[in-house]
Each structure stands twice: as C-alpha cells, then as structure tokens.
Ligand binder design. Structure first.
Ligand SMILES: NC(=O)c1ccc[n+]([C@@H]2O[C@H](COP(=O)([O-])OP(=O)(O)OC[C@H]3O[C@@H](n4cnc5c(N)ncnc54)[C@H](OP(=O)(O)O)[C@@H]3O)[C@@H](O)[C@H]2O)c1
Length: 336
C-alpha cells in the first residue's frame, strides 16, 4: 500500500510509524508530512530514511491510505483533497466524525460500517476520540448481553492526549516546581497541569459540557447506534504522561450477576478484565494494545442492573494510532 502520514512528527504520527513496523503492515511507498516548521526532518522507518514534507496541492497523488493526525484545521482543509485524489483518509481529528455519511469506526465494535466506503475510490473514515474508543469497547458487549439504559462516565485523561507541546510543558513545569518550591504552596493557575487536575477539556457549550465531554457522548451514541442512550460525561485532565482512565457507571435494562458481566467483557475482542491481582492503572495500560476493565462492582440497591467499573487504555495506541491502523487492516482484508 502507498501510505501517507500527515502529522508524522507528532505523538500520534510517531505511534503510527511504530505500529506500522510492529504489525508488519504492507507499505510500498511512504510519504511523511509535518508543518512547514519541521519540513526536511529525517525520520527512519524499517532501516530507510524518510524526509518530512509540508502539504501542498497534488501531494496526495497515487496514495492508497492517508492517516491524518495533524489537528482539526489541517484535516478540514486537506483531507477532502486527499480523498478526491483517490486516497482513503483515516482521520484522527474531530473534523468529520459526526457527519452523517462519514463512518466513525472502532473495528471490534462496528467494522461493518466501513462498507459505506467500500468500492469507492477515495473517501474519509473517522477515527473516534481517544476516550470514546475505550468506552465503546467496554460498552458494546454489555449492551449486547444486558441492553444499556444509561451511562455516566468520568474520565481521567493524560497529557499525551493533548499532544507533544502539552506533554513537554507538563515535564518542564513539574521539574521547575520540584526544583523551586513545595507543591503544596503552589499558586492557583487554571491552565497549569503539573500537580493539578483540570475539570475542563476544550470549550464549554451552552449546555455546560466541555467539547471533550460532548464528543464522548455524541460519538458513543453514533458508534453504538443508540441515539436515545442516556449518557453524561465529565472529562478531567490529570497530570499523568500517558493512558486514559474512565470511571463508568452504567445501568442495564436486564439484571446481571458479576460473573455474567465479567464473562461478557472477557469474551469481547480487544477487552481484558483485570480483577483482584492487578489494577488497570494508567502506567499499566501504557504501551499495551487492549482496553482494560477492572474494579467491577454492582450498586448494592440496584439488583444487578447498575454497575460501576474502571476502564483504561493507552490513548496513543488504541485511542488513536492502533485503532486507525486496525481500520486500514480491515480495509486491506476486505479488499483481498
Ligand atoms: N494524542 C492523542 O492521544 C490523540 C488521540 C486521538 C486523537 N488525537 C488527534 O490526533 C491529532 C494529532 O494529535 P497529536 O497528539 O499527535 O498532536 P501533536 O503531538 O501536537 O502533533 C501534531 C502534528 O501535526 C503536525 N502539523 C501541525 N500543523 C500542520 C500543518 N499545517 N501541516 C502538516 N502537519 C501539521 C505537526 O507537525 P510539526 O512537528 O511540524 O509541528 C505534528 O506532526 C489531533 O487531531 C488530535 O486531536 C490525538
């Protein structure tokens, strides 16, 4: 396959390159794009050296797949051009996710929706938000077995989810604070993430939800085909480097025993249940491919209908690049 990565120097782009190698994806030609600031940067891939280019008209000719991970504005402007030139765009931004004709795909959950694009030369497939991907992987088997009535999720999202610059800032601020002053006497600063948890990711809408919370709610309904699902989200940025955790409270229409809940999750592809011996915390899930579920417990008064659990995954892998690559692998399989 002739492949492009737009945003190849970023956190997600670097994970795409790593995963293309790890999963032996069939790459014939590779084009790597960055902003103008970093064009000409050398990046090695499978013992070959590649030079990053900036985007320009006609740069997408003769491509099979273009992975976009350079933010919403870049996708808005360039993804339709790549699709028009005949490439299948797998877009990590939120630019097209909620468009009616754009498939929003988590392969283990709704690979059948990729068919919307099959047979067409060029098109856009959206990769969901990182916190949505891990949530729907856990919810899908629960819905199939016990029918979801409501979902309330609180996310604990690492700084790698906000990109390279935010991660670097966390490192620098943490070092500065540790070198200079006691963390307990820090002045209040709404933007500072070091030794802090920020209960807002993105702008607040008129209903009071942050853009991250709105994405989680809307994308989950679209992927699960549950437009009337009662779902709320609180998204919090926490000062960890990588991995997102989610405290999930979900009510089913049918009651279930703990054993049945664990069986449903264990049998789901891409999900692993961790009970008793280990906790699926952020450093544990970092660098791993599966979505981990632990701390599974029933709300005592709810007769097996309301369940609480912790869902965690690597936001750069399953939450972004791995999911994107699995979409590409599904396309390759369908083509063959
Ligand atoms: N991080 C995550 O966990 C995660 C998860 C899911 C989805 N996403 C989405 O994935 C995208 C990338 O996120 P990230 O975390 O990788 O961000 P990042 O680390 O900040 O990287 C951004 C990348 O975009 C490139 N870029 C910026 N402007 C460009 C332009 N005009 N033309 C071409 N390339 C340009 C940057 O190139 P330079 O090196 O030249 O600046 C860099 O390679 C975002 O849309 C984000 O919302 C991220």
């Amino acid at each position: 396959m002739n492949i492009a990565i737009v945003g190849a120097t970023g956190m997600v782009g670097q994970n795409f390159l790593q995963l293309l190698k790890e999963r032996s994806f069939p790459v014939t030609e590779l084009k790597l794009f960055s902003s103008k600031k970093n064009q000409g940067k050398k990046i090695s891939f499978r013992s070959q050296e590649f030079t990053t280019q900036s985007l320009q008209e006609d740069c997408f000719n003769n491509l099979d797949i273009a992975f976009f991970s350079a933010g919403e504005e870049v996708s808005q402007q360039w993804a339709p051009k790549a699709a028009q030139a005949g490439a299948i765009v797998i877009d990590n931004s939120s630019a097209f996710r909620m468009e009616k004709d754009t498939p929003l795909i988590v392969p283990e959950v709704n690979a059948d929706q990729i068919n919307q694009i099959n047979g067409k030369k060029g098109g856009i497939i959206a990769n969901p938000n990182c916190s949505t991907i891990q949530l729907v992987l856990a919810l899908k088997p629960l819905h199939l077995n016990f029918e979801l009535d409501s979902v309330h999720v609180s996310s604990y999202q690492s700084l790698s989810g906000a990109g390279r610059t935010a991660l670097e800032l966390l490192k620098k601020e943490s070092q500065d604070i540790l070198n200079k002053q006691s963390p307990v006497s820090l002045p209040s600063n709404e933007k500072s993430t070091a030794f802090n948890c920020i209960p807002q990711i993105g702008a607040i809408d008129e209903e009071g939800f942050s853009s991250e919370e709105a994405k989680l709610m809307k994308e989950t309904k679209k992927i699960l085909h549950l437009p009337h699902l009662k779902i709320t989200a609180t998204a919090v940025r926490v000062p960890t480097f990588n991995g997102h955790g989610e405290a999930v409270i979900t009510t089913f229409k049918k009651s279930a025993s703990k054993e049945e809940v664990i069986t449903a999750l264990t049998e789901a592809k891409g999900v692993k249940v961790l009970e008793s011996d280990h906790l699926p915390h952020q450093r544990f899930v970092s660098g791993r491919d599966d979505v981990y579920v632990g701390r599974i417990r029933a709300v005592p008064e709810e007769k097996g209908k309301t369940w609480m659990m912790w869902v965690a995954a690597d936001n750069l892998r399953k939450g972004a690049a791995l999911n994107g690559l699995q979409i590409a692998e599904t396309l390759v399989k369908q083509k063959n």
